[in-house]
Ligand binder design. Structure first.
Ligand code: 5GP
Length: 140
């Protein structure tokens, strides 16, 4: 299949441009990290590249390495912030692959032994999202 063109009106592009708010965790010239608004675990963070890529396969290879370093950095902070026993890192490509927002992103989900992921599609509590963003920021 051919990957469709990048759509600059996707919600994460709007967050990158500051047109939509987010609970920010980390930002530099390469990546932005913020809380998933429908968290499937406490401390569920999304890490997105500033490079406009739809999915993993259309990310310019030169930009991928620096971006993955940010994913690792945020994952380490999330693990520390939530004293996690493990981490689930997810990345979906195209609708058939489970992707809903078409700007490349990795999910970082701190996990506790024996605690299942929450069901998808449930909005997080605003105060908890803000507090959890602050916890991850403090652990960076
Ligand atoms: P995916 O494309 O990897 O399947 O999922 C997109 C993720 O983005 C979902 O986990 C969803 O909860 C999250 N999401 C969708 N819209 C927004 C938004 O406006 N703000 C934030 N912070 N997360 C969003």
């Amino acid at each position: 299949m051919t990957t469709p063109a990048y759509d600059p009106q996707n919600i994460f592009a709007k967050i990158l441009r500051g047109e939509m708010p987010c609970y920010k965790v980390f930002e530099d010239d390469v990546a932005l990290a913020f809380m998933d608004i429908m968290p499937r675990a406490e401390g569920h963070v999304l890490v997105i590249p500033k490079t406009p890529a739809r999915g993993l396969l259309d990310m310019p290879p030169d930009a991928l390495g620096p971006y993955m370093l940010r994913v690792q950095k945020v994952a380490a902070a999330a693990r520390k912030a939530f004293d996690a026993d493990g981490l689930t890192i997810q990345q979906f490509n195209e609708t058939a692959g489970g992707q809903v927002v078409f700007h490349l992103h990795f999910h970082v989900l701190p996990r506790k032994e024996g605690v299942a992921l929450k069901p998808p599609g449930i909005m997080g509590d605003k105060a908890a999202l803000e507090a959890n963003a602050a916890r991850v920021r403090a652990a960076l």
